[in-house]
Design a protein around this ligand. Structure first.
Ligand SMILES: *Cc1c(COP(=O)(O)O)cnc(C)c1O
Length: 370
């Protein structure tokens, strides 16, 4: 059986280092707001190239906190609009609606599945205050034109970097391309903790201070509360694990790239649409390897029958969810057809060459006439 993602194997690769760090966090007697979190924040900021990194409880909180801080700063307010890709994980939208902001959905580009940058400007109104870009599946979405549009209309660019840590655009890492970024360290992400964890990176000193205090009950000084904040912390145990794994993120992302290259070169089934490798391979960290197939459900059962586990990211688009009843009637045909046809193949740094070969061979046999 080839698992979609073998988290045990992924983490056991660093068993000794992680166990040592965990033991020292355990024995220190200090479990929140300590040296482990501070170390990780410093290392993450350095890795991303950003001025600030703030450890928080999860990726959704990271995004919620960014928009909440902009609201506290008066940069935007309830009822304002934020441009967001229609083809994304629902958390991107939840971060907005949780803050009373209105998500304005934009269709994806058919080849990258990322937001179509050329369709953004048409959606901008006097209420638009930000563009939330999502580097979906691990692929950078960014351009000089996006920056000009944001400047022209005075919009913030926020990155949902949950799937793309380590991706790089013209020498700049994701998480440092826009004004602020949210990271998720959910166990299955490219940099995964042993539970929930997340972070915000940003350039602006004041924004960083506000986010830090909102995440801490709205307080900078203990028992003095300036915002109606929340409790969203990165604990010492998770920070310790993440500090170890961050050192290896470039290596593990590179291993993902090699697997993606093999899939792209060796899968030859005409029923399958493969993703394209960006001209600059650094622009993709292959959090997911997503193929398209009109007979997606048959393909998934066929793979399952042959011992290969796959997942669908995602089966129902956000605008078709009951949670977003007000959007259910929107027509977003590209997004909808993507959701009907996508299938994610196993990809991870611990997959062996022979497992990759097996996946390729089985896919090439699907409904093949030869
Ligand atoms: C995982 C993910 C999130 C949310 O992260 P959590 O840590 O699970 O809260 C947000 N956006 C995208 C695109 C994600 O993939």
């Amino acid at each position: 059986m080839i698992r979609f993602l073998d988290l045990q194997k992924i983490n056991l690769a660093y068993q000794q280092e992680i166990e040592e760090k965990l033991l020292s966090a355990f024995r220190s007697g200090w479990y929140l707001n300590g040296i482990q979190c501070q170390n990780f924040e410093e290392n993450l900021a350095k890795y991303v190239g950003s001025n600030h990194a703030i450890g928080v409880a999860n990726g959704l909180d990271a995004l919620r906190l960014i928009f909440r801080a902009y609201i506290e700063h008066g940069v935007m307010s309830e009822g304002d609009e934020v441009i967001v890709p229609a083809n994304t994980y629902i958390a991107s939208l939840l971060a907005l609606s949780d803050n009373g902001l209105v998500p304005i959905l934009v269709e994806p580009d058919e080849t990258t599945y990322n937001i179509d940058l050329l369709k953004i400007e048409k959606k901008i109104t006097s209420k638009t205050k930000a563009i939330l870009i999502v580097h979906l599946y691990g692929q950078v979405v960014f351009s000089d034109e996006l920056v000009s549009i944001a400047k022209k209309h005075n919009l913030k660019i926020v990155e949902d970097n949950a799937q793309s840590i380590g991706a790089n655009w013209r020498g700049i890492n994701t998480g440092n391309l826009g004004d602020a970024a949210g990271f998720s360290f959910y166990p299955g992400k490219n940099l995964g903790a042993l539970g929930d964890a997340g972070a915000v990176t940003c350039k602006d000193d004041e924004l960083a201070k506000t986010i830090r205090s909102i995440a801490n009950y709205g307080s900078k000084q203990k028992y003095v509360n300036i915002y109606k904040g929340l409790n969203s912390r990165l604990d010492e145990i998770q920070a310790a694990v993440l500090t170890v794994k961050l050192k290896y993120i470039d290596d593990t992302n590179q291993r993902r790239r090699l697997i993606a290259e093999r899939y792209c070169e060796e899968i030859e089934n005409k029923l399958i649409v493969l993703p394209s490798i960006p001209l600059n391979p650094q622009e993709h960290v292959w959090h997911l390897f997503v193929i398209r197939c009109k007979e997606r459900n048959d393909l998934q059962s066929f793979l399952k029958g042959n011992g290969i586990e796959t997942l669908i990211h995602y089966p129902i688009p956000p605008h078709k969810q009951l949670a977003y009843k007000e959007m259910n009637l929107l027509s977003l045909p590209i997004t909808e057809s993507i959701h009907d046809e996508v299938l994610s193949l196993p990809i991870s740094p611990v997959m062996t060459d022979s497992e990759v070969t097996e996946v390729i061979n089985v896919i090439n046999k699907f409904k093949s006439l030869t």
